[in-house]
Ligand binder design. Structure first.
Ligand SMILES: [Zn+2]
Length: 261
């Protein structure tokens, strides 16, 4: 059987990250929390970040959450290096992982992140579950986000031309993987079907999200149910984002069949 790595990541450093971390700990899952510096975005205190880092990984996500591709390189560099240094000052240990705000990057931004001595950087690219070819374009399997219809809050749908956006973005990918039809019905079905697919074939099941979105869209029970479903499995490594990349750096293969990764 091919091996599976399960990892999760959570962006921005909002208050609800503490609840995600408690859930992760309950099910022995691992995650990386990409924390911003500016207080208007980050509601976790330095003490809470220290507490989080005892069981989970902390990664950098810039100071102010600007789209880095729109800044001068000098300013982008300050955002990237500044956020790493700031977290290292709080935690007194190296920060290995970076996450591009809004998933935006280009080759110059990537180069700055590499030169800043990060091990890798997470993007927002979904449906990636193979061994990362480029550690600085580390994708995820699935976003924790309402599906198939876009919502405005926990009770209301986003009644606009964006209503079907989540379905539209994933439709052909789900078809291509041959996931069961039930995957189109709701997010928990899709998340579990995708897990079953990765678990069967070997690969990385990387769930990413914002804890404030879990709160806004009322997804806590769904998340807990999914965590229960993917936890305590045989032949699975539960790792933070950084540990997952370390794994590939040392041993760049998960299974015996090279087509599976
Ligand atoms: Zn963010």
């Amino acid at each position: 059987m091919n091996k599976t790595i399960i990892t999760t990541s959570w962006d921005d450093g909002s208050r609800e990250d503490l609840r995600v971390s408690r859930l992760l700990n309950t099910f022995n899952l691992k995650g990386t929390f990409y924390v911003l510096q500016a207080r208007e975005f980050r509601s976790l205190t330095d003490e809470e970040i220290k507490e989080l880092s005892k069981t989970q990984e902390i990664g950098a996500h810039t100071l102010n959450h600007y789209d880095l591709t729109k800044l001068s390189l000098v300013r982008a560099k300050k955002q990237i290096i500044g956020s790493k240094k700031n977290l290292e000052d709080i935690l007194h240990k190296p920060i290995k992982m970076f996450c591009y705000p809004k998933g935006k990057y280009n080759s110059e931004i990537k180069e700055i992140v590499q030169e800043a001595n990060f091990l890798g950087a997470r993007t927002t690219k979904e449906f990636s579950f193979r061994e990362p070819k480029d550690f600085f374009e580390f994708g995820a399997a699935l976003h924790v986000y309402p599906f198939p219809l876009r919502k405005r809050d926990r009770e209301h749908y986003h009644l606009s031309r964006f209503l079907f956006q989540p379905l539209g973005r994933k439709f052909f990918k789900i078809l291509k993987l041959g996931l069961p039809f039930s995957s189109f019905l709701n997010w928990p079905n899709l998340a579990k079907a995708l897990f079953d697919y990765v678990y069967k074939n070997g690969g990385i099941y990387h769930l990413w999200g914002h804890s404030w979105e879990v709160e806004r869209y009322g997804m806590w029970l769904e998340l807990e149910d999914l965590f229960r479903y993917i936890s305590r499995r045989e032949n699975v490594l539960y790792l933070t984002n950084g540990q997952a990349l370390e794994f590939f750096r040392v041993r760049p293969s998960l299974g015996s069949d090279p087509h599976n990764l």
